[in-house]
Design a protein around this ligand. Structure first.
Ligand code: ZN
Length: 460
């Protein structure tokens, strides 16, 4: 142990930064950056005594939809301000959001508009991915410019009429991304099976959430995953598979990895915590729990937990998709059918508390939770170790956790612009007691634009 020599802006004393409760350290912060970890003799202008509480780096959530239009054509109810405010209150200080090139849009226009919005509205730092819904020579020629603007990942869809690329375009987009050193995120579900399942559900009068479940079947996901892995192999690029929800998909991934495939695998808290039984019943309640892929059953959940513990799932992201029940979820009120429901659930604020509760409950080690929620997503975003780490030189984005609490989740305690949480009534055992963003305690409000657009770099 050594002592800090200079006085600093802030010292967080008696912080537990690892799994051993007997080892505490002091964290010295100046200019919003972690200076040192050790035994601090010097004083800070501000001092916070963590009293031995767990302190982690702020969460990094690489998959959040904010200020975006859904696949059904309705806007998310969180803009960048409310979405990042919700994130930071849940201990997530960096989010990956999306600039979307809808058909007919110019890539440069959508990227510039989103970067501008982030700069004006964000209260947690934001990195961007670019969703492409078309593939053309002119888009291809814009990729150098996109990289220059600090976007290093493309996202493509293999399903949804408004979003999907044709299979040959998928392969060519993957190859082009690879040539630029960009990564490519794939929403992989088999469009033929989904379209067929949807028609069959409607023809048989199945118009509620079960129709969605029928069409976005387990097989549709694992078939889409298998195809995406084959395409990536053909294009010779690493891929990032978003929101994996089934044991069958994990089998496909295992098989591809055994042959050398470079794939980063993401799952989400709703697939780890929530059961498909929530999709039984009237759409006026079940729409809240509709996502794509849909919630699955106990067997898939057990497989996901085992894969997360084993490190086969690399990232846990929220896929935050904030649609209000009185808006995008039920656009036609009681007469809404499943094809009209905006899919997805809000979750950016709950991801870290859920995962840290899983640590406290002994389901997951602290190390695995931090890898899945901080380190690996920061590396994927190309912002590590500025983000996702608690090291000298990292941004002082810190979360002091209350562990061993008994708390019931209520939407009224959350900070998003939605009107529900899918975790309403759930008991959790860990909650953020204080969040520091770039060395500043997060208070009762935060002025829009106080955070930054993170220009990303291709990692070497
Ligand atoms: Zn998503």
């Amino acid at each position: 142990m050594w002592a800090f020599e200079l006085s600093v802006d802030l010292i967080v004393r008696n912080a537990r930064v690892g799994s051993n409760p007997d080892i505490v350290t002091d964290i010295a912060v100046s200019d919003g950056i972690v200076q040192e970890l050790g035994a601090a003799a010097a004083s800070g202008d501000t001092e916070i005594d963590a009293l031995g509480a767990l302190v982690t780096p702020g969460g990094v959530d690489p998959h959040c939809h904010m200020a975006q239009i859904s696949s059904t054509g309705v806007p998310t109810d969180d803009d960048i301000h409310s979405g990042t405010w919700s994130a930071i209150n849940g201990g997530t200080t960096t989010v990956g959001a999306f600039a979307v090139q809808h058909r007919g849009d110019q890539v440069r226009d959508v990227v510039n508009a989103m970067v501008d919005r982030v700069s004006r509205e964000a209260v947690a730092d934001v990195a961007l991915h670019l969703i492409l819904t078309e593939w053309s020579e002119s888009i291809k020629s814009d990729l150098d410019w996109v990289l220059d603007r600090g976007i290093v990942s493309l996202k493509i869809f293999t399903t949804y009429d408004r979003l999907r690329l044709a299979p040959d375009a998928v392969i060519d987009a993957m190859a082009a991304a690879g040539r630029h050193g960009m990564s490519i995120m794939v929403h992989a579900e088999d469009d033929v099976m989904i379209t067929e399942g949807r028609s069959r559900a409607i023809a048989t009068g199945l118009t509620d959430a079960r129709g969605h479940q029928e069409s976005h079947s387990r097989l549709a996901e694992s078939a889409g995953v298998a195809e995406a892995l084959r395409f990536a192999d053909r294009a010779d690029v690493p891929i990032y598979l978003v929101h994996i929800s089934t044991a069958g998909s994990l089998d496909e991934i295992r098989s591809a990895r055994s042959k050398g495939a470079a794939v980063t695998v993401e799952s989400c808290p709703h697939y780890l915590w929530l059961d498909e039984a929530l999709l039984q019943g009237d759409l006026t309640t079940t729409a809240a729990f509709m996502s794509s892929p849909p919630l699955r059953g106990a067997e898939d959940r057990e497989a996901l937990w085992a894969a997360l513990v084993a490190g086969e799932i690399d990232v846990v992201a929220s896929d935050h998709s904030p649609y209000r029940m009185d808006a995008g979820k039920l656009p036609n009120g009681n007469a809404t059918v499943f094809t009209e429901v905006a899919n997805g659930m809000p979750g950016v604020e709950m991801r870290m508390p859920l995962m840290m509760s899983a640590v406290a409950d002994g389901r997951l080690t602290l190390e695995r939770a931090l890898e899945a929620c901080c380190t690996t997503p920061a590396q994927f975003l190309g912002v590590y170790p500025q983000k996702g780490a608690l090291l000298p030189g990292s941004d002082a984005d810190l979360v002091i956790w209350d562990t061993g609490v008994e708390r019931t989740v209520h939407h009224r305690d959350l900070h998003d612009a939605v009107d529900y949480t899918p975790y309403e009534g759930l008991r959790v055992t860990t909650w953020p007691s204080q969040v520091l963003f770039r060395g500043q305690p997060v208070g009762r409000s935060s002025s829009p634009g106080s955070a930054s657009y993170l220009k990303r770099q291709v990692s070497s």
